[in-house]
Design a protein around this ligand. Structure first.
Ligand SMILES: COc1ccc([C@H]2[C@H](O)[C@H](O)[C@H](C)N2C)cc1
Length: 450
């Protein structure tokens, strides 16, 4: 055991109101928007397949050239009220927007840099308009903030000299100033999603990140920060040197999900952030260069995350002119249609603590005691298998939608049941609501007390 002074300082999982709301939200929209949306992965007529927000590096563009994109950021199509309506219709309960990505361009008028929205043709406080539009439709707002800042002269990848140390101290002060500015100017903000914290310079700043977390939470009680913000004084990230999670939830699942039967993740809060193309966070003009995930693939990821106590943050990359691309509008519409009917299996739900079966995923709402089966895979057998602890019995199975007609329950052993639909004709994933009763108490399914 190592002695860790600058690791986790509050007990997890947090059970305060703000964190309970974060957990119940389950489904969020990520928004990556910055100067990178203007070239959209194409530079001087050449398409660069790597993530478009890294085009500056991929196309080896001089910083001064890249930074002059600021004069083209006039965003004539920017319509935050429409963005908020699209998000609302999709069924997200929270949004996380890049206030500043690695390029260093700030979407808000920061007093600590000129490389911000004030010095674009748009001029206005785009972030204020965004926060107001999403808050007005009841969507919680979080800010993504990249500590790594390619524009700032004091960024250092490592601390190798007194000059590095002096420079990085100035960068840390700048970072603290900007974050205090963000949580002060936009007090509605619910959480901070830190990124750009993998370099040695930050890994050597564990005490600073610890004190920064405390400072920001004092300024904004209830504030939620991701594990990516933190390093401990030994340079261990996300989890401290004793394996204790730092921040308030684990944010290591980037474009990947845990194994569906992984029970270890059930013990903590976590979030998976996901791109619709294979790997584009910022807008890329050409989506033909990789697989683009279908709404059904994305719905399955959302349900899997919920089944394992995780949140699902689906990314949108608005265009350089401020419009939302047609493919993303279509994804939002189709997911929204599914959520309109089936969100009872997502909002306020978590793991059911039942043995996973091949037809799909269980989720559970401890407020109403209901267990939800979301079916993605129709069994050749034509029957859905359920396995319960001997102490419980399956009392009722009902449908949210008539995608199968009636359901019959057949107990085939002390623990196993078949749910038998009269015929399976579902074209979409559908939900069966189970009422599972503890034989002794007669009460609805309670999570295993073990
Ligand atoms: C390969 O190293 C990476 C990959 C992705 C990232 C950034 C993406 O630009 C996006 O913001 C994602 C959430 N973040 C981890 C940073 C470094």
């Amino acid at each position: 055991k190592k002695d860790v002074e600058y690791g986790q300082y509050n007990g997890l999982p947090r059970q305060d109101q703000a964190m309970q709301k974060w957990r119940e939200n389950r489904f969020g929209q990520f928004i990556h928007w910055g100067l990178y949306a203007i070239p959209g992965g194409i530079w001087e007529g050449k398409t660069y397949p790597y993530a478009s927000e890294f085009l500056r590096g991929s196309a080896k563009i001089a910083t001064s050239t890249w930074d002059s994109l600021i004069y083209q950021f006039d965003i004539p199509k920017y319509n935050p009220k429409e963005w908020a309506a699209i998000a609302k219709n999709m069924g997200v309960k929270y949004v996380t927007i890049t206030t500043k990505h690695h390029e260093g361009f700030c979407l808000w008028p920061s007093e600590y840099t000129d490389f911000d929205i004030e010095n674009t043709p748009y001029k206005k406080d785009l972030l204020r308009e965004f926060v107001d539009a999403y808050t007005a439709v009841g969507i919680d707002v979080n800010f993504y903030y990249s500590v790594l800042d390619w524009h700032h002269p004091d960024w250092r990848y490592d601390i190798k000299s007194d000059e590095d140390r002096a420079a990085f101290e100035r960068l840390k002060q700048f970072t603290k100033n900007q974050l205090v500015e963000l949580v002060t100017r936009y007090p509605e903000v619910k959480g901070l999603w830190f990124d750009g914290t993998w370099d040695n310079s930050w890994k050597k700043s564990g005490q600073f990140s610890y004190e920064l977390e405390k400072l920001l939470k004092n300024k904004r009680p209830g504030l939620i920060v991701n594990s990516r913000m933190r390093a401990d004084e030994h340079g261990s990230r996300h989890f401290d040197s004793n394996g204790i999670l730092m921040g308030d939830y684990e944010s290591g699942y980037e474009r990947r999900l845990p194994n569906p039967t992984d029970k270890e993740v059930l013990t903590r809060d976590w979030e998976c952030c996901m791109t619709i193309p294979e790997n584009q966070w910022g807008y890329h003009k050409d989506w033909s260069i990789s697989h683009v995930k279908s709404p059904l693939e994305l719905i399955e990821m959302l349900v899997q995350c919920t089944s394992q106590n995780g949140n699902f943050l689906l990314n949108f990359g608005p265009m350089g002119n401020g419009d939302i691309r047609p493919e993303e509008r279509e994804v939002a519409k189709e997911i929204g249609e599914w959520m309109k009917v089936n969100s009872e299996a997502i909002y306020g739900c978590g793991p059911a603590d039942l043995e996973k079966q091949d037809w799909g995923y269980y989720t559970y709402n401890e407020k109403n005691g209901k267990v939800y089966m979301t079916v993605f895979n129709n069994p050749v057998l034509g029957k859905y298998k359920i396995r319960l602890p001997k102490s419980h019995t399956l009392k009722k199975a009902s449908l949210i939608t008539k995608q199968v007609e009636s359901l019959e329950i057949k107990q085939i052993s002390p623990t196993d049941y078949f749910i038998i639909p009269d015929k399976i004709n579902n074209k979409k994933p559908f939900v069966i609501i189970l009422e599972i009763v503890d034989r002794a108490s007669g009460k609805f399914h309670q999570k295993a007390l073990t």
